[in-house]
Design a protein around this ligand. Structure first.
Ligand SMILES: [Mg+2]
Length: 152
């Protein structure tokens, strides 16, 4: 199954420690989540940071948030398979709405929600609330594992 992933507010949050690790702080368990997602889903970035069709601007920000080392190396290897579709106006333009999927995003645009609603796929969106719950990815993994075994 496809897993569409937002970044800001979903996997990264504004850091209160700008001097230490850069502007953004990772969600708790982010490296584990990425490896887990890569193993079970067809992962697709849908963030303004990749909408030009490449992760070249995203990966340095993730690396800075995680910090160099084995954890980052494993996470980076997992992300090699993540797709980066081009989109222009709103995120749902990058999605195949006629097939089942999961979309993790803290704050989708109204145009995207309308497109999902029109396609009967609104329940494919799961809201992440990282700013309120830094360990929200743990909840997401539990939800998706109960969703049925994820398949490629
Ligand atoms: Mg977001």
């Amino acid at each position: 199954m496809r897993l569409y992933l937002d970044v800001d507010g979903t996997l990264l949050r504004r850091s209160g420690h700008a001097k230490l690790r850069g502007e953004f702080a990772p969600a708790a368990n982010l490296p584990r989540f990425i490896e887990w997602a890569a193993a079970g889903f067809e992962c697709i970035w849908v963030t303004s940071r990749t909408r030009h069709g490449s992760a070249d601007k995203l990966l340095p920000i993730l690396r800075q948030a995680i910090g160099p080392g084995d954890e980052w190396d494993r996470m980076a290897a997992s992300m090699l398979s993540f797709a980066t579709p081009v989109w222009h106006d709103f995120k749902a333009q990058a999605m195949k709405l006629d097939e089942a999927f999961i979309w993790l995003d803290d704050a989708p645009e109204e145009e995207s929600l309308d497109a999902l609603r029109d396609a009967g796929r609104l329940d494919c969106w799961i809201q992440v609330a990282l700013e309120q719950r830094p360990d929200d990815l743990r909840r997401i993994m539990e939800i998706l594992e109960h969703h049925g075994s994820p398949q490629r």
